[in-house]
Design a protein around this ligand. Structure first.
Ligand code: NIG
Ligand code: FE
Length: 407
């Protein structure tokens, strides 16, 4: 048993519902607080001195009392396993070139596929591991990582094996997702449906055999896979017992309805979700994942986060860190920026990068500081938790704990 503290505040985020709008008054704040942990789980939070007296046999992990403690952040959507970079795309975009023009001149997702195919599994492991270390420093204790830049059987498996190597070695918990359905590879001669069928027949069984991933993602979009093509693929995914997540409504609505239809864990992007999509999501348990990093990277509208929350949707925020549309990779900065444009309360933002983000990955065991939950928490050098969003990502954590262990 270990008592960590004292902290000027512990922000537990306990008692906030999974869905809908949240007021800042709903944030539970314990002043002069401590947190008691055992075997990687939280036993109690409370007044530090009282906990110290009551559990006098607990090992003490003492801090200077000048920090705020929060649940560890969860980044439920990243593409941080890749080769190369896309600054040339970015320069073209700044010069007004369209997505299509950039793709046709050798940029876009396909250029990352070409560069990722050139990398060995070991190199991908190394670079991806480094990316996770940056995330951990920024307080992310659970990280989802997608494949989707291999787009051949061999290269998708190489990516997933590299991601699983990271999973075995990272201090953060890593959640691998299969995104072979990112786009039809340019060197594939058949149709979209034929490509998806190969993923089902050739890769799904290996995902199971090697325990590489239990999550299937697809980019449902006119430029990638249509709603009809996606539906057939997702049906197979469901039959095979995979969890589902969808790149939905990024440029045109459609994917979010599929997410509802299939009971997906999450529908991500949603920049182009309208009233119908928002209503459908509100009537479901699908977590809506806003990706402000992609809006910033592409210079396009944000996900209608305010409307989603007011309709009763569970809104989460993720970084979408990838070499094309979202190279920044800073969840806290992006969440703070989304908040200013969408008028989100601090309670909504903090919920969106902790327990609601965990739910987007199917986890209910983390993201708030409550008895029985994982002892994943982070401290910031301030006496007022509001400073964290106020400084828009520039106030960095000075302590990160995963399963009760300080990293
Ligand atoms: O989430 N929308 C599709 N996929 C990624 C972008 C990938 C890329 O441009 O490399 C996204 O934004
Ligand atoms: Fe993405």
């Amino acid at each position: 048993m270990k008592l960590t503290g004292p902290f000027s505040q512990i922000v537990t985020l306990a008692g906030i519902p999974l869905k809908g709008a949240v007021k800042d008054e709903q944030i539970e704040i314990i002043p002069n607080a401590g947190i008691l942990t055992q075997n990687g789980k939280i036993l109690r939070t409370g007044n530090y001195e009282e906990l110290k007296k009551e559990f006098s046999n607990a090992e003490l992990e003492e801090t200077d009392g000048k920090n705020v403690l929060l649940p560890g952040f969860v980044d439920s959507h990243t593409h941080i396993c890749f080769g190369g970079k896309r600054s040339r795309d970015f320069a073209m975009r700044l010069n007004g070139k369209t997505y299509l023009e950039i793709a046709e001149s050798g940029g876009g997702i396909w250029s990352t596929v070409t560069n990722t195919r050139k990398e060995s599994q070991e190199n991908l492991y190394t670079s991806t591991f480094e990316n996770t270390q940056k995330l951990v420093k920024n307080g992310i204790t659970t990280i989802e990582i997608k494949s989707g830049y291999g787009l051949s059987i061999e290269d998708e498996l190489k990516m997933l094996r590299a991601i699983n190597q990271v999973k075995n070695n990272s201090k953060a918990e890593i959640v691998p997702t299969f995104l072979g359905a990112h786009m039809k590879p340019r060197d594939f001669e058949g149709s979209n449906s034929e490509y998806l069928e190969i993923l089902v027949n050739e890769i799904f069984p290996i995902l199971k055999e090697e325990n590489l991933s239990n999550r299937i993602d697809i980019f449902t979009e006119q430029s990638a896979f249509s709603v009809e093509e996606s539906r057939i693929y997702l049906q197979k995914a469901k039959e095979n017992g995979f969890e589902i997540t969808i790149h939905a409504d990024q440029f045109t609505p459609g994917g979010s309805h599929l997410a509802v239809e299939f009971g997906a864990l999450s529908a991500d992007h949603l920049e182009f979700s309208g009233e119908n999509e928002i209503k459908a999501l509100a009537e479901s348990d699908v977590v809506a994942v806003a990706l402000p990093g992609a809006s910033i990277g592409l210079g396009m509208q944000y996900t209608p986060a305010r409307k989603l929350l007011d309709a009763g949707v569970s809104l989460s925020i993720a970084s979408d860190w990838n070499p094309g549309s979202a190279p920044m990779g800073d969840l806290l900065t992006q969440a703070s920026i989304l908040a200013t444009f969408e008028k989100l309360s601090m309670a909504e933002v903090l919920s969106g990068i902790t327990f609601r983000a965990a739910k987007a990955l199917g986890f209910t065991d983390r993201g708030s500081l409550e008895t029985g939950k994982l002892a994943d928490f982070i401290s910031f050098p301030t006496d007022d938790f509001r400073d964290i969003l106020y400084y828009q990502g520039q106030l960095k954590p000075n302590g990160v704990w995963k399963n009760g262990e300080k990293l």
